[in-house]
Design a protein around this ligand. Structure first.
Ligand code: GLN
Length: 612
């Protein structure tokens, strides 16, 4: 097979599973298509779709997942979210309770004293909820509901006018409920218009795929995983999922939670929506309903999904991985800043005073507690503690506050707390800006190393004054005549700050001896520009030796960080040494071998630290 012919994509075991699940239940003929709203009776009893949407926006679809139908009661869960956003939790709770009623969806059941509907998932509560949604910015209630649901589905939805008319013509029982609500002051205006809005809300057209996406939006803290829009205010997602869990399946809710264990909502159009918080969304569509008004196939499919995929909320709780992935100190892994030999020695012997913990996964109270304990255990032995959060997936407000308090208590013990990488942390928890943040672990390490070196060597530790070639690390101690010869033969160059000395991809022909100033080594970005810093060299150091030896193209850019002066040993000069100064060549090769073995030792130390 030629390299550019792709093979057939491999079968997904997840798709295979969903197809088998669909096939298993397709033959079922339990239940009746709803006909109390005459237009609903036109649905085909064989329509059957299953969709599963992941938190990162992948949607699996089997069967009639693009067949539209009316959302009906599933809209109640979302309208409840909009009402909460409009009025706040206290107000909504003062009008609509959250107690499972054990009654049918259309029961005329209101609490005896207050007249408050038992919960927002039965019709009484849903009509009351609809009445709390505000008309705003020149938009009617139904326009706002439609926009809200469209954001949840990630596409513009519309109303099935025939179903709406049909329900409006026959919905006398709901009208009776509306007048009761008005009587008890649960709604503040005559119910007529609210009821029309409610009927329209129930007649919004969706498909099975939409249900899975809406469910995944609920599972994803209200953010639509396809469009990334924050469709539902995150602070109310918990309220919505709670009433779905306790009341979403009407008088079957207790059994549903017991056997299936997922917050869910069904509608008489045949849809079922179920969400596993933080994880995924499920949509099932099949019009025949059981005695409670829930899709008969929908219940079967969700039962199997919950058992087969172990989705029950209480079955296994979140199994959080260890939050500390690695722990090492700066004597094992130092920053990419190349240090003069004295500073390097100090970091090798005292680098243990800088401790780095690499964290991972979801940081919440339970996972952060282990981080706090580890940090306190390290505190007596270090002066700097760096928390590298590169692999942290989420960081909640509890964790942010615990980190702030940890900083204070470490400070009392003379330990500084530092965090990185800044951009990731700020994206996860903007309020974390109060803590000392660094661009990445290298920047954090360098910052702490610099402070440690200043403390241990003195204020001048960082001085790298211009040097003669005889004082460079590579040539120090060579016989005077060798140095004089090299001084004559090695050309001198300079570069302005920001200028490129080596470009990634260049042929490597020379070794560079830095006599004054600082250079930075940066990895090339895909765009060709210079990206992450991987090294810093100061006056007295040399670079480019690997290229001189193996001739492989340069793998990184080297840029002058300050104005620099450097000298160069190129391949031609190196070759000439063989005949003109063979002893010098041997000495140079020995020095270079030492430098390379030094680097290799350092890499081995790092690998050992990363393996523990
Ligand atoms: N519009 C329908 C009604 O009020 C919604 C009921 C439902 O889906 N359970 O009767």
């Amino acid at each position: 097979m030629s390299s550019n012919t792709a093979k057939h994509p491999a079968q997904s075991p997840i798709e295979n599973y969903l197809k088998a699940l669909h096939a298993r239940h397709a033959a079922l003929d339990d239940g009746e298509v709803a006909d109390y709203i005459p237009e609903l009776a036109n649905a085909n009893a064989h329509w059957f779709g299953i969709s599963l949407a992941t938190r990162d926006g992948h949607v699996y679809e089997v069967g009639d997942t693009r067949q539209t139908f009316t959302i009906q009661s599933i809209s109640k869960a979302l309208a409840y979210g909009l009402a909460l956003e409009d009025r706040g939790e206290d107000f909504i709770l003062s009008r609509i309770s959250v107690e499972p009623s054990g009654d049918a969806f259309n029961a005329i059941s209101l609490k005896a004293e207050s007249g408050a509907p038992f919960n927002p998932m039965i019709n009484a509560g849903a009509i009351a909820t609809c009445g709390q949604i505000q008309k705003r910015d020149g938009r009617s209630r139904i326009e706002r509901i439609l926009a809200y649901l469209s954001a949840c589905a990630g596409r513009p939805l519309s109303i099935d006018q025939a179903v709406y008319r049909s329900e409006s013509d026959t919905g006398h029982r709901n009208r009776a409920i509306g007048w009761m609500l008005r009587n008890f002051g649960i709604i503040d205006e005559e119910p007529t218009e609210i009821l029309e809005t409610y009927f329209q809300q129930c007649a919004i057209q969706v498909n099975c795929r939409d249900l899975a996406v809406i469910a995944a939006t609920l599972a994803n803290h209200g953010r639509n995983p396809l469009t990334h829009e924050q469709a539902i205010a995150p602070e109310y997602v918990e309220n919505i999922l709670s009433v779905m869990a306790s009341c979403g399946m009407y008088d079957f809710s207790g059994e549903w939670l017991y056997h299936i264990g997922l917050p869910a909502k069904s509608g008489v159009g045949g849809g079922v929506l179920a969400a596993l918080p933080g994880q995924l969304g499920i949509g099932v569509f099949s019009p025949p309903l059981d005695a409670q008004g829930n899709s008969a196939r929908g219940i079967r499919v969700c039962t199997d999904l919950s058992h087969d995929l172990s989705l029950h909320l209480f079955a296994n709780g979140p199994q959080l991985p260890a939050s500390i992935r690695l722990s090492y100190d700066a004597s094992q892994v130092a920053s990419r800043r190349q240090r003069a030999p004295e500073a390097r020695q100090v970091l090798l012997s005292s680098g243990h005073r800088i401790r780095l913990l690499e964290l991972q996964g979801e940081l919440n109270f339970v996972t952060t507690e282990t981080v706090i304990r580890a940090a306190l255990k390290q505190a007596p032995y270090c002066q700097y503690l760096i928390l590298n959060c590169r692999n942290v997936a989420s960081l909640d407000d509890v964790t942010r506050k615990l980190f702030e308090e940890l900083k204070d208590s470490l400070e009392n013990q003379g330990v500084q707390l530092h965090l990185c990488p800044a951009s990731r942390l700020l994206a996860l928890a903007p309020a974390i800006a109060k803590l000392p943040l660094h661009a990445d672990d290298d920047a954090a390490l360098e910052y702490c190393e610099n402070q440690l070196l200043a403390e241990l060597i003195g204020p001048d530790w960082d001085q790298a004054p211009p040097v003669e070639i005889g004082n460079t690390h590579l040539l120090r101690g060579l016989p005077a005549d060798d140095l004089a010869w090299l001084a004559r033969e090695m050309p001198t160059h300079d570069a302005a700050s920001g200028e490129c000395i080596i470009e990634a991809g260049d042929n490597a022909e020379s070794l560079f001896l830095l006599l004054s100033g600082t250079v930075e080594v940066r990895l090339p970005e895909p765009s060709g520009k210079s990206g992450k810093r991987v090294g810093v060299f100061v006056a007295g150091m040399s670079f480019g030796e690997m290229g001189l030896i193996d001739g492989a193209p340069r793998s990184a850019h080297v840029l002058a960080h300050t104005p620099v002066v450097y000298r160069v040993i190129d391949r031609a000069l190196f070759d000439r040494l063989e005949t003109e100064r063979p002893k010098l060549k041997i000495r140079l090769l020995e020095r270079l071998a030492c430098q390379i073995s030094d680097n290799l030792r350092r890499s081995n130390r790092e690998i050992a630290a990363f393996k523990n």
